[in-house]
Write a protein that binds this ligand. Structure first.
Ligand code: GLN
Length: 225
């Protein structure tokens, strides 16, 4: 898999994502926000951070960056597009995922490790998890997921809700922490699996997230060996 980590001015989880992908054997490169094509990549990752200083609303400026047309093309071409934290915020602002991330219910930055429930255990983003409860770091001020009732119903009906918080971390509707689009190739979540892939950092619950993304490829590799 050839993956791009897209950096915007203010991204700060770009290296975490880069190294996590590299640890799993992914051929990964940084791409900046001015890029106009992502044609050579199979998977696009929008990392966490404070793109454009989180001005107006998180992700509201980044959605206009030149690279976002290429991200949209990648999504339309059924490539994998993954947004973590600020990346999730950018994907919702760009309309590539439904709903919106708003200021936490109790305004303030939350930096913690929180338990999550895997709601859809067969998705491309969760299928390698062997337990239904995992713990991942969160770090955000605007992580409260909101959507209208019709959207929530659609998310439920199409099994697009992949991760939920087990406790009311930020006031998200239905305690939603991570969702995919209807096609199952675009995904966003507020928690940070890329910060939980190394025992040295005290948490390895993010490993199965990356294994899930790579499972078809890993299986193929085993078959050809
Ligand atoms: N870790 C991050 O991506 C920060 C998220 C975001 N800009 C917020 O505070 O809501």
């Amino acid at each position: 898999m050839k993956a791009a980590v897209v950096r915007f001015p203010g991204s700060n989880c770009d290296f975490d994502m880069y190294y996590a992908l590299q640890d799993f054997g992914v051929d990964v490169a940084f791409v900046d926000e001015k890029a106009t094509s992502l044609a050579g990549f199979d998977a696009i990752f929008l990392p966490g951070g404070f793109s454009y200083g989180d001005y107006l609303r998180t992700g509201a400026v980044a959605r206009f960056a030149p690279v976002m047309d290429a991200v949209r093309t990648a999504a339309d071409d059924h490539k994998l597009v993954v947004g973590i934290c600020n990346g999730f915020q950018i994907l919702t602002e760009a309309g590539l995922l439904p709903g919106q991330l708003m200021m936490n219910e109790h305004p303030g930055f939350i930096c913690d490790e929180v338990p999550l429930e895997i709601v859809n255990q067969t998705s491309r983003f969760s299928k390698a998890y062997e337990t239904q409860t995992v713990t991942l770091p969160v770090a955000h001020g605007e992580g409260r997921y909101v959507a209208d009732e019709a959207t929530l119903e659609e998310l439920r009906d199409n099994n697009q809700i992949i991760f939920k918080y087990r406790t009311n971390v930020n006031g998200s509707m239905e305690q939603i922490a991570g969702i995919s689009n209807q096609n199952g190739n675009v995904f966003g979540m507020m928690p940070h699996p890329e910060r939980a892939v190394d025992a040295l950092l005290g948490n390895t619950d993010g490993q199965a997230f990356f294994k899930s993304l790579l499972t078809p490829i890993m299986t193929e590799a085993l078959v050809t060996e």
